[in-house]
Design a protein around this ligand. Structure first.
Ligand SMILES: Nc1ncnc2c1ncn2[C@@H]1O[C@H](COP(=O)(O)OP(=O)(O)OP(=O)(O)O)[C@@H](O)[C@H]1O
Ligand SMILES: [Mg+2]
Length: 227
């Protein structure tokens, strides 16, 4: 994951504050290739790495329930958070939240806006969904606008969005332009691989080794380079 800037801050800040949290990932691969499993790893890493961090996963299928408590919707999470605040008991920093994806996204944005600014991210928030989350909302073009707004303001909000999709073309080109990381899993067709290369700004053939690669194999692409 793209790191917080670990250098000493010029001004004293809480020990766990980040100066910068700049992360946005696209996880692309055919059905059952390991996308959700990869995102589970991101959630665990995020919570381990950032002691004040939060992770919200839109998880109507309850695939994260064993690593994060599940809440029916954002209202249920808010109630649990308020109750924990009153009783001064800790609440899990990771949460899988049902209901509408747009509500989960709006909650993460509101928390990020209240707690973070670019250069002083006190509560780094990982926010994950997969494409079924977005399709389940309203029309795709509207959703894309909201997502792109989040992607382009994420550093100010301290929110790191993670989108999971089975096809490269499920996400419009701007997602690729704004993401810090693209995780590309083994592909079943050369055609799909070419689309992915184009969107990631890679030369033709750069991802050829993904075609027919072993199940669960993936490469990470950052700034137009396989890393
Ligand atoms: N690296 C891995 N090693 C072994 N098993 C794995 C690995 N990654 C995923 N799996 C297993 O493969 C199955 C599919 O994984 P997962 O649900 O993560 O795929 P997916 O790409 O999210 O699927 P879908 O497109 O249907 O959402 C699961 O049973 C999971 O436990
Ligand atoms: Mg999945």
């Amino acid at each position: 994951m793209t790191a917080c800037n670990e250098k000493e801050p010029a001004q004293p800040t809480p020990a766990s504050a980040c100066r910068d949290f700049n992360f946005a990932a696209l996880v692309i691969g055919p059905p059952q290739c390991g996308k959700t499993t990869f995102v589970r790893g991101l959630v665990v890493d995020h919570l381990r790495r950032y002691p004040t961090g939060l992770a919200f996963v839109h998880d109507p299928n309850l695939q994260f329930r064993d690593i994060c408590p599940a809440y029916e919707d954002v209202h249920a999470w808010r109630r649990a958070f308020d109750a924990a605040t009153v009783s001064r008991t800790p609440i899990s920093r990771g949460a899988c939240v049902g209901g509408q994806w747009s509500d989960v996204r709006a909650m993460a944005v509101a928390i990020g806006r209240a707690r973070n600014t670019a250069g002083n991210v006190r509560v780094p928030i990982l926010l994950a969904c997969d494409e079924s989350s977005m399709i389940g909302d309203s029309g795709r073009s509207y959703v894309a606008q909201e997502e792109l707004q989040l992607l382009s303001t994420r550093r100010h909000l301290g929110v790191g969005p993670v989108y999971n999709a089975q096809q490269a073309t499920s996400l419009v080109d701007a997602f690729y332009a704004l993401a810090t990381d693209v995780i590309a899993f083994a592909q079943r067709s050369e055609r799909e691989t070419l689309k992915l290369e184009e969107r990631c700004g890679l030369p033709e053939g750069a991802l050829a080794s993904l075609v027919g690669a072993a199940r669960y194999h993936y490469v990470r692409i950052q700034a137009g380079r396989i890393v």
